[in-house]
Design a protein around this ligand. Structure first.
Ligand code: NDP
Length: 482
């Protein structure tokens, strides 16, 4: 078959037992390519070769490991325009966001290149005489990485880079919705001077190859980003083998807007946080918790900024909001719009499917008001360009509504009061807190993760990533008498 991209297994590009077509969500007539689907025997080959390759990689000199990561990162940054366009073509985010994502993904590699040389342990004297203790971290072994489509390159990179930096082998199962970005990143990694089998790409559906990967006793750690339901299945599979794992799941992030907020800052933060990446972000501001005395002005201004957003083809000049990623996601969004109406929300603007010149999964961003925090639209992750304003009487109620959720990834507050900002920062029940900033938008050198049903296991990113990708060894040394 022409235009077929293969899996990368045990150091070779190999065909699968079947293939899928990759369709551009901005224009469904545009078929980006065909992508091989790995079978279970190929997954076994990847797992077996990774066990041997990992031993060689862990024994490779630190400067060589550092150089490999640096080269991957530098190439990604240098090619961010080209690869960003490919990412936007298959995922649907505006091309500036696609380029930014590739550049950021490159930064994860250069950051972790430096981490290779920052691996130091602890020493201690034993409580027994003439015995010294050395505490150091060692690689886990083979790491399974299962990543989503919404940030196909960045999410995978913030897992792959630390996995390699700390001496592990990788089996990567990307989302089937975004295989082109996965192949592009794999091509860059594959041409490095690394042992055959150290890095493997196994494309295929989550329910077949993803599940088999999570269930394999040959996997020593699993890092997963995706939905809560699949996260539970991964947890179950990992627990059966006592495999270490980490989950980054959904959220229902509140952005609190107080009566003393700078309204321009509030509207900019809410618009970007709610609708950036078409709302398909685990950090999206899907609940806007607004003080009653500023409510009407805020809604007016949000209505203007939301209606002004230009929805269009991800690669076209001037597009601010691309299509949603798939027909399935569009159907789910439209169902949530109907539910919002049934539950009693008023639609200020947007929420309808759009027919543009190119056939695609387009939807006008929606602003909802009149909602309360018990409604399903305010409790379930929508992953849609939809945001609901919840009116509150005062700061105490705002904090209580913000925390009244099963999730806890990011919370934000817009206020000019230092005391409210400080109180909120300390009392928000989330892994990340934003003050006078959108809920979306985090750095790469500090930990990222949530509480409650948003995350499980060690934090990702920054130096905290070593908690998943390494294990501690304590050695006792009796050197005898000189
Ligand atoms: P999923 O959780 O289904 O997919 C995430 C990844 O897991 C994909 O690579 C998927 O593969 C894989 N996967 C699916 N089932 C299994 C399984 N049984 N075992 C192992 N891996 C599996 O998310 P969706 O893409 O279906 O999105 C659905 C919803 O999930 C969204 O609407 C959103 O609410 C949430 N989500 C949250 C994300 C976040 O960043 N927190 C990211 C993505 C989604 P494949 O897709 O190829 O089948």
């Amino acid at each position: 078959m022409s235009n077929l991209s293969n899996n990368f297994i045990a150091g070779d590009w190999v065909k699968g037992s079947s293939s899928i077509s990759n369709i551009n969500p901005s224009d469904t007539n545009d078929v980006i390519g065909e992508y091989a689907q790995a079978n279970n025997a190929q997954l076994e080959d990847a797992l077996n070769s990774s066990q041997i390759a990992q031993k060689h990689w862990a024994a490779t000199g630190l400067e060589q490991r550092q150089a490999v990561l640096m080269k991957i990162g530098e190439e990604m940054m240098a090619r961010s325009a080209e690869l960003g366009e490919l990412l936007s073509r298959e995922e649907g985010k505006p091309v500036a966001e696609g380029k930014g994502e590739i550049y950021r993904a490159g930064q994860f590699f250069t950051y972790y290149a430096a981490e290779v040389l920052r691996q130091s342990g602890d020493t201690a004297d034993s409580v027994r005489p003439n015995i010294e203790i050395d505490v150091r971290r060692e690689a886990m072994g083979t790491v399974a990485i299962i990543s989503p489509w919404n940030f196909p390159t960045a999410t995978a990179s913030w897992k792959i880079a630390p996995a390699l930096a700390f001496g592990n082998a990788v089996i990567w199962k990307p989302a089937n919705l975004t295989p082109a970005s996965a192949v592009a990143l794999t091509e860059i990694i594959a041409k490095q001077d690394i042992p055959k089998g150290l890095f493997n790409l196994v494309m295929g559906s989550g329910s077949s190859i993803g599940q088999a990967l999570a269930e394999s006793p040959k996997v020593h750690a699993i890092s997963f980003t995706g939905s809560y339901d699949v996260g539970l299945q991964i947890a179950g599979a990992a627990a059966k083998n006592l495999t270490k794992f980490q989950l980054e799941l959904g959220s229902k992030n509140p952005l609190v807007v107080m009566d003393d907020a700078d309204i321009d800052v509030a509207v900019a933060a809410a618009t970007g946080g709610a609708f950036g990446s078409t709302g398909q972000k685990c950090t999206a501001s899907s609940r806007l918790v607004v003080h009653a005395s500023i409510h009407d002005e805020f809604v007016d201004r949000m209505s203007q900024s939301t209606s002004a957003l230009k929805v269009g083809h991800a690669l076209h000049e001037g597009t601010q909001i691309g299509p949603v990623a798939s027909q399935q996601q569009l159907d789910s969004n439209l169902k949530y719009m109907s539910l919002a109406k049934e539950e009693g929300c008023e639609i200020v603007c947007g929420g309808e499917k759009l027919e543009l010149d190119n056939p695609g999964f387009y939807m006008q961003p929606a602003l909802l008001v009149g909602g309360n925090n018990t409604m399903r639209v305010n409790r379930e992750e929508l992953f849609a360009p939809m945001s609901c304003v919840i009116k509150v009487a005062d700061y105490d109620e705002a904090l209580s509504v913000a925390n009244d959720t099963d999730f806890g990834l990011v919370s934000g507050i817009i206020t000019q009061s230092l005391s409210r900002a400080s109180h909120f920062r300390r009392n928000a029940e989330s892994g990340c807190v934003m003050v006078n900033l959108p809920t979306a938008g985090t750095d790469y050198h500090v930990p990222f993760g949530g509480r409650k049903n948003s995350s499980f296991g060690p934090r990702e990113q920054g130096s905290y990533a070593k908690e998943l990708y390494t294990q501690v060894k304590t050695s006792y040394i009796s050197s005898g008498n000189p």
